[in-house]
Design a protein around this ligand. Structure first.
Ligand code: SAH
Ligand code: SF4
Ligand code: F3S
Length: 445
């Protein structure tokens, strides 16, 4: 960024899911196309953008802290421009301006293309919002700027047509739309040419992908991507359990480079709660899908999302969630307590009647149980040799590298001569509930 004027430099703070991370790469590309330069740290930037998540209240609180701090920076620094993009402005809209005086402009998930223009207009004075949802916007033709050279996210569909009672995503992301097949394949070809070793296809409901041009569904897309990038690991997230088809499971099983890992959010172990949540399936149907997946991919690793303390949850529903975790033995789980979101079906029609202390106690029981399960599954791996894609230096030491197994387990190992981006074999010698440790070995025995 040598020589760039501060007013033409930007910095993005990214919150939320992998889709938001991918979107920040799209916004970076859009800024750069207009001559803006990415700053190395926030303090060097004349434009600060927060790309935000609204899924739970604590995600919104975090952004609030940033905005308070930026308000202080603005007092000292004339001309600093602050924008908020992504799911919070789409959800809270113009009300944001009165809540947080630091904000100069707002952009939603379908209006990133307007951001450079918003910056220009803000410079001329005023506060601006660009918050239309546009169910045609897929950002086709924008090549995202990516952080590393090993792993790449590729958004293939956006939006969500489901109406889970607790969830803001359908409000913030709008209707489902898919990236055309030809455009996904073009992006994958570029990633292969640049040497990427891992490609993750993203969508709020990735398995609802539908290419109108050829009539390809997600299994067809996944199969084609895995053939186009035969040396890369292929992953995808997030899948909705009700849309898991046998053809998708078979596609995963039949292609060696599609990772045998599935993230399948369940939310609750009680069919009564799943009904109230509008998930569109019972727990028996969920278990049937798990049985199908395990019969076709015996070594699959499964992960899930679970919510404690949704409206009307009784102790027996909570026990059913614990029983589900014990039955399925997920490799890992994202675990939350229910956070009511104004405007959602649950907030409008159900009572948020589980006391906060009970929600937190149930969540803690879920976390403790899942940690035990993860820990015992991880300990079973001690002594085995696993294939690891090295991603980066470990947080604690430059002498150690961090990578992942095909099943998405984190492995920390002695660096020796290896570099991030290497695919290697590691003999596992230790485990916690979150990490495996080991030493690289020359070859699978
Ligand atoms: N399309 C993805 C989306 C996710 S949001 C999916 O269906 O998996 C990620 C997770 O956040 C959800 O799976 C759910 O477990 C959790 N979540 C969503 N809304 C929530 C709320 N109001 N309170 C607590 N957790 C919530
Ligand atoms: Fe939210 Fe449900 Fe859509 Fe997932 S499927 S984004 S939980 S509404
Ligand atoms: Fe959050 Fe929006 Fe992703 S609400 S989880 S950033 S889709």
């Amino acid at each position: 960024m040598m020589g760039a004027e501060k007013g033409s430099t930007f910095f993005i703070h990214t919150f939320g899911c992998q889709m938001n991370q991918a979107d920040s790469g799209i916004i970076t590309a859009l800024f750069q196309a207009e001559g803006y330069v990415q700053a190395e740290k926030e303090l060097d930037a004349g434009i600060v953008l927060l790309n935000t998540c609204a899924v739970r209240e604590n995600a919104v609180d975090r952004v609030e802290h940033f905005l308070q701090r930026l308000q202080g920076r603005k007092k000292r620094e004339k001309g600093l421009i602050v924008g908020v993009a992504g799911c919070i402005p789409q959800y809270k809209r113009e009300e944001m301006f009165s809540l947080y005086p630091a904000i100069d402009f707002l952009a939603g998930p379908d209006t990133y293309r307007t951001i450079p223009l918003l910056v220009e207009q803000v410079r001329r004075g005023g506060k601006l919002a660009s918050l239309e949802l546009n169910s045609k916007e897929t950002y086709e033709g924008v090549e995202p700027v990516r952080d590393g050279v090993t792993s790449a996210f590729v958004p293939v569909m956006r939006g969500c047509n489901n109406r889970c009672a607790y969830c803001v995503v359908p409000f913030t992301r709008g209707r489902e739309r898919s990236q055309p097949f030809s455009s996904v394949m073009l992006e994958v070809q570029k990633l292969v040419a640049s040497g990427y070793r891992e490609i993750t296809l993203l969508g709020q409901n990735v398995n609802s992908y539908w290419d109108v041009e050829h009539g390809y569904d997600f299994s067809a897309l996944l199969d084609a991507v895995s053939r186009e990038a035969p040396k890369a690991r292929i992953r995808f997230t997030t899948s909705h359990p009700k849309d898991i088809s046998e053809s998708l499971v078979r596609a995963i099983a039949s292609r060696p480079n599609i990772c045998n890992a599935l993230h399948l959010p369940v939310q609750s172990g009680s069919s009564r709660m799943l009904g109230r949540m509008h998930r569109g399936h019972t727990i028996e149907e969920y278990m049937e899908k798990i049985a199908l997946i395990r019969s076709i991919i015996p070594d699959v690793t499964l992960s899930t999302d679970i919510i404690a303390g949704f409206c009307g949850e009784q102790e027996e529903d909570h026990q059913a969630s614990l029983a589900l975790l014990s039955n399925v033995r997920f490799d890992s789980a994202y675990m939350f307590f229910y956070s009511t979101r104004p405007g959602t079906l649950a907030a409008e029609t159900l009572e948020d009647d589980v006391p906060e202390a009970v929600k937190k106690r149930r969540l803690q029981e879920i976390i403790d149980l899942q940690n035990q399960i993860s820990s015992s599954l991880f300990h079973e791996a001690i002594g085995t040799v696993v294939e690891v894609l090295a991603e980066s230096e470990s947080r604690r030491s430059t002498e150690r590298l961090m990578g992942r197994t095909a099943g998405n387990r984190t492995v920390v190992f002695d660096r020796e001569h290896h570099q991030p981006g290497d695919l290697l074999h590691v003999r596992i010698t230790g485990a916690t509930s979150a990490t495996l440790t080991g030493q690289s070995v020359p070859q699978v025995p």
